[in-house]
Design a protein around this ligand. Structure first.
Ligand code: SF4
Length: 396
């Protein structure tokens, strides 16, 4: 298999900024004027030829296999929107019932890595990228360490982790960085008072102070890690997000943190988000992302539509999601849910006819309440504004 056979199809975007249009291709971003567009908003043939000649359609071939591993399905928090809840907590609200408990063991790590070896051989890929996932992956720190340490013999180049950060210490951050951890995603649910009502411990109580203190200490101990701060947006916290940005910038080093905003999908059983993808929310997102740039956070540049290597590139071809019990799912949203399993690390993927109804792609289960077209327009407007701002301030 040659490198160009490892290319996943991207979809280019053309979006309208204040004074010009933006072309977003797999190979980069370009400014366009009206003369570059034909009627209907498509690219004029000459403009397309130029962009192709400049390499803006060139897709980098896949170089590594992406393996997401749940080191545990348990979590010490009780977020109401968690897609791993199987019901809402009708009592205190902080202990929604979750998917069945499972924990990654040493013998399971052997099976997981041998599965990765077979998948990588089939795709003729020699490099491995691991995402540590949960539940809360740091409820099983030994599993995280052992998985990364043993993955070095399987071509591990780097690792990422999605964590709520309440259990992260500088020592663990240093250890995991030495084993290849290079990026961590953590979620904030608004300014401290809102966050502490939403992102709550199962034992009760808020988590904002602990997350911020752990992030500051861990980033000092492991400066090679980039922190992705996801800010969840809902009608419950929308008014406090300006304040959150100021709080965060004063507490952590913005230069090692990306910050991005995401409307919470209605995924948790019985969880509803009243924030709509309307003009007011567009204006807020634009204001927040401009302020984040001004505060020194790393800007995440808008991109072309990029297929997910795990769920949109054929069954297990370039990536896989493995639950702590060794079962496979198409996507992390269905990990640990019995009706959605598509195989096991020891037996491989089930035949196509058995899994076609269980193969979902990223965000297929999200219910945004808005028309799909409104969601696309929302993201186009927000992304165009960020490109406008990065260009106007010499940051593009
Ligand atoms: S911290 Fe993550 S895994 Fe835990 S309950 Fe919240 S959303 Fe779910």
């Amino acid at each position: 298999m040659t490198a160009d056979q490892h290319v996943l199809n991207h979809r280019e975007r053309i979006i309208q900024g204040k004074e010009n249009w933006w072309f977003l291709g797999a190979g980069g971003v370009a400014r366009l004027s009206d003369r570059h567009l034909a009627s209907g908003g498509a690219l004029a043939p000459r403009a397309e030829r130029q962009l192709r000649a400049q390499g803006l359609y060139v897709v980098a071939p896949r170089r590594s296999y992406s393996l997401t591993v749940l080191t545990t399905t348990a979590c010490n928090l009780g977020c109401g929107y968690c897609f791993q809840n199987v019901a809402q907590d009708e009592g205190s609200g902080s202990r929604p019932p979750r998917i069945a408990q499972a924990r990654l063991t040493s013998s399971r790590i052997t099976s997981v890595l041998e599965f990765a070896r077979r998948q990588m051989a089939a795709a003729e890929l020699e490099k491995l990228h691991i995402m540590l996932f949960g539940g809360e992956p740091l409820l099983n720190p030994r599993g995280c360490r052992e998985l990364l340490a043993r993955a070095a013999d399987y071509g591990l180049t780097d690792a990422a982790m999605t964590s709520n950060l309440t259990l992260l210490t500088p020592e663990i951050a240093r250890e995991l960085a030495d084993l290849g951890l290079r990026s961590v995603q953590v979620t904030f649910d608004g300014a401290q008072p809102d966050h502490d009502l939403i992102r709550i411990r199962r034992s009760g109580g808020g988590t904002y102070d602990a997350i911020v203190a752990n992030l500051a200490a861990a980033s000092a101990a492991a400066p090679e890690i980039v922190w992705s701060l996801r800010v969840n947006v809902s009608h419950r916290n929308v008014e406090g997000i300006d304040a959150l940005l100021e709080q965060l910038a004063g507490a952590v080093d913005p230069a090692c943190c990306r910050v991005y905003f995401a409307r919470v999908g209605d995924v948790g059983i019985g969880y509803l988000n009243g924030a709509r993808h309307d003009e007011d929310l567009v204006a807020r997102f634009c204001r927040w992302q401009r302020r984040a740039v001004d505060l020194g956070f790393i800007a995440t540049r808008p991109r072309a539509h990029t297929p997910c290597a795990t769920c949109q590139a054929g069954v297990g071809r370039y990536g896989a999601v493995v639950n702590a019990d060794g079962t496979l799912s198409s996507c992390w949203e269905t990990a640990g849910k019995p009706d959605w399993q598509v195989g096991t690390v020891t037996g491989g993927y089930r035949p196509a006819e058995q899994i076609s109804g269980r193969w979902i792609a990223c965000e297929d289960t999200y219910q945004y309440g808005d028309e799909r077209r409104a969601v696309v327009s929302f993201h186009d407007a927000v992304d165009a504004d960020l490109l406008d701002y990065l260009h106007a301030t010499g940051r593009l």
